[in-house]
Design a protein around this ligand. Structure first.
Ligand SMILES: [Zn+2]
Length: 229
C-alpha cells in the first residue's frame, strides 16, 4: 500500500497508524521501537533513527535495522532522521547517523523525512555537502516564513507541526508559501487530520477538495521514485 486514493486526507507523518477510512497515513517506524510494517489498507511506512533515541552504543545496530526494514514493500521513505539540539546525543553522532541515513535514502532512491530542532544551519550545511538527488521533507515545521522559503529554495518540502498550523497566527505563513511544497500531519497526536485540512484550506482560500488535490499531487511528486517502481 503505497499510494493514496485521490480523495483521501493524507497524513504525511504519524506514529502507530491504524486504518481509518478516507485517510491515508504515512506511519513512521522509529527503528529502536522494533515495530515492523503491517499490511494495512491506507497505510505506508518510513523507517529511520529518531535522534532522541540514538546513542553511541545502539548506533551500529539501529543503522543496520534501517537498511533492512527499508527493503519492505510498504516502505516509501527513510526517516525520521535529523538533528535536535534540545534532546538526544552529541551533534557529532547525530551528524554521522544522519549522513548514513541519507546514504540509505540515496542508494534505495527513496526520499528522506527530517526531524530538525534548532539545527537549521547544520541541516542546510548537510544539504550543501551531500547534494542529495532524493527530495527531503522537513516535518513538524513551526518556523518563520523566511526559513520555510529558504528550505523550499533548496528543493525541500515542508510539513507543519499540527499544533502550530491550527493556530490563527500560522495563516499568513501558509498563504505565503508555494502550495506545491507543503504537506499536513498529525505526528501521532490526538488531533484529526480533517481539522487541519479545514483550517489550511480556509487560510489559502480554497475548498478542502482543492487542497486534497494539491496535497495528492505533492505526494506523487515527492514519492515519485518510490511509488512508481
Ligand atoms: Zn514524528
Amino acid at each position: 500500500m503505497k499510494i493514496p486514493e485521490p480523495g483521501d486526507y493524507i497524513d504525511i507523518h504519524t506514529h502507530e497508524a491504524k486504518s481509518n477510512p478516507g485517510v491515508f497515513a504515512v506511519d513512521i517506524l522509529m527503528v529502536h521501537e522494533e515495530r515492523v510494517p503491517a499490511d494495512l489498507p491506507g497505510i505506508a511506512y518510513c523507517a529511520g533513527i529518531h535522534p532522541w533515541f540514538l546513542n553511541e552504543t545502539n548506533h551500529p545496530l539501529l543503522i543496520k535495522k534501517v537498511g533492512e526494514l527499508i527493503t519492505h514493500q510498504s516502505m516509501i521513505a527513510v526517516g525520521e532522521a535529523g538533528f535536535d539540539k534540545l534532546r538526544g546525543p552529541s551533534l557529532e553522532i547525530q551528524r554521522i547517523a544522519f549522513e548514513e541515513q541519507t546514504a540509505i535514502s540515496e542508494k534505495n532512491r527513496m526520499p528522506l523525512v527530517i526531524h530538525c530542532v534548532r539545527a537549521w544551519d547544520e541541516l542546510l550545511m548537510e544539504h550543501k555537502k551531500l547534494r542529495p538527488a532524493m527530495p527531503w521533507l522537513v516535518h513538524g515545521f513551526r518556523g518563520s516564513k523566511d526559513l520555510a522559503l529558504q528550505l523550499i529554495k533548496k528543493g525541500m518540502y515542508i510539513s507543519f507541526w499540527f499544533d502550530f498550523i491550527l493556530r490563527p497566527e500560522s495563516s499568513e505563513l501558509v498563504r505565503n508559501l508555494p502550495s506545491d511544497r507543503i504537506f499536513l500531519e498529525t505526528d501521532g497526536a490526538d488531533v484529526d487530520i480533517r481539522d487541519i485540512y479545514n483550517k489550511v484550506s480556509q487560510d489559502i482560500g480554497i475548498t478542502v477538495d482543492e487542497l486534497k488535490g494539491i496535497i495528492f499531487s505533492n505526494y506523487r511528486d515527492f514519492f515519485k521514485t518510490t511509488i512508481f517502481n
